[in-house]
Design a protein around this ligand. Structure first.
Ligand code: UDP
Ligand code: MG
Length: 330
């Protein structure tokens, strides 16, 4: 059986040699057991020598295959491109920077072999080495999304996981453009085993995630998996309308029945209310916009990625199961 290891790479020329070496070690430890490996590198529009490094691997190693995207489409699209390319019965996704320890792969293979699990996924139990503020926001995000969504998204869950073919085919069926893989992995279901590991720092290069990129990713995650925020806007609208109504009655009673008149006109309270309501309306509009914008983008039906170049395909590639899927989104 083939085991596919997918690596999305964006400006990773420095880390790739380390990773490749580690993957080769995994391969030599497993190959005696009648397994074949393929390493799929997805070059996500890197501006450095990543593609050249990958091609060098491919020139000397027939199990290296690659897809090179026409520009930087983002990790989500790169992973999707890799999943489409993969032919294996078991498929894993891992980062290029060694933050997903390749040494966990043999254990993952063993777990899938046992037949008790369909997915073996890695999960960081510590966030050591990460800025505090980032950890705080990450944790808040997971709490929020799990409260609002039906799908459970584990805190610290990584994209690093080994999956059976059935799971990969299911993921490929979800061909939405705005992908939030952590949610998609959980949405498709199947029996998942979690392997816990410590956080490790990347071997070389630097992270591509800025705070705002992460923030947008968080909003994407919430908006693509639940419409609860829309409901929240409705509730907030109701609540403030109700409060305003009570306030009105209070003033009515004061003025008409108790005949208490304000000596100072109520500018401050008026202003507060206007601002409050105005804020709520804008918030609700913004939320609506998020969803409408998403609908707009999905209806355009653009492809998730565009491949500029791929490793030459082998004759047996037509037989692989992924070609049984509709090819509308390649
Ligand atoms: N990556 C990618 N496209 C991007 C950003 C990142 O393919 O636009 C890849 C990157 O090369 C790495 C993985 O996604 O293999 C994780 O990226 P990074 O290490 O920057 O994220 P972090 O580990 O800091 O969350
Ligand atoms: Mg990383």
């Amino acid at each position: 059986m083939i085991i596919s290891l997918i690596v999305p790479c964006y400006n990773e020329e420095e880390s790739l040699p380390f990773l490749y070496k580690a993957l080769c070690e995994v391969r030599s430890s497993e190959e005696g057991k009648g397994r074949e490996f393929e390493f799929i590198f997805v070059n996500d529009g890197s501006c450095d020598n990543t593609l050249k490094v990958i091609k060098d691997f491919a020139a000397s190693d027939s199990s290296v295959r690659y897809v090179s995207l026409s520009r930087n489409f983002g990790k989500e699209s790169a992973m999707y491109a890799g999943l489409r390319k993969a032919r294996g019965g078991y498929v894993a996704i891992l980062d290029a920077d060694m933050q997903d320890p390749p040494s966990l792969i043999p254990q993952m293979i063993k777990d899938l072999d046992s037949g008790n699990w369909d997915i073996v996924a890695a999960r960081r139990v510590t966030r050591a080495g990460e800025p505090r503020i980032r950890s705080f926001f990450a944790r808040t995000f997971y709490k929020l999304i799990n409260r609002m969504c039906d799908v459970e998204i584990a805190d610290g869950a990584r994209d690093f996981r080994l999956m059976r073919r059935e799971v990969v085919d299911a993921i490929l069926l979800l061909s939405e453009r705005q992908r939030f893989s952590k949610g998609i992995f959980s949405w498709v279901g199947f029996r998942t085993k979690w392997l816990e590991h410590e956080n490790t720092e990347r071997v070389a290069g630097e992270t591509k995630w800025s705070f705002w990129k992460l923030f947008r990713y968080a909003v994407d995650g919430i908006v693509s998996f639940t419409i609860a925020p829309l409901r929240l806007a409705t509730y907030a609208g109701f609540a403030s309308a109700f409060a305003a109504f009570i306030y009105l009655i209070y003033y009515f009673i004061r003025a008409v029945i108790l005949r208490i008149y304000d000596t100072v006109p109520g500018y401050p309270s008026l202003l507060c209310f206007m601002l409050f309501i105005g804020g709520l309306i804008l918030m609700a509009l913004g939320l609506l916009g998020e969803y409408i914008g998403r609908t707009y983008i999905e209806t355009k039906g653009r492809p998730i990625y565009i491949s500029a170049e791929e490793s030459p395909s082998k004759p047996d590639e037509d037989l692989c199961s992924r070609d049984n899927l509709t090819s509308q989104d390649t």
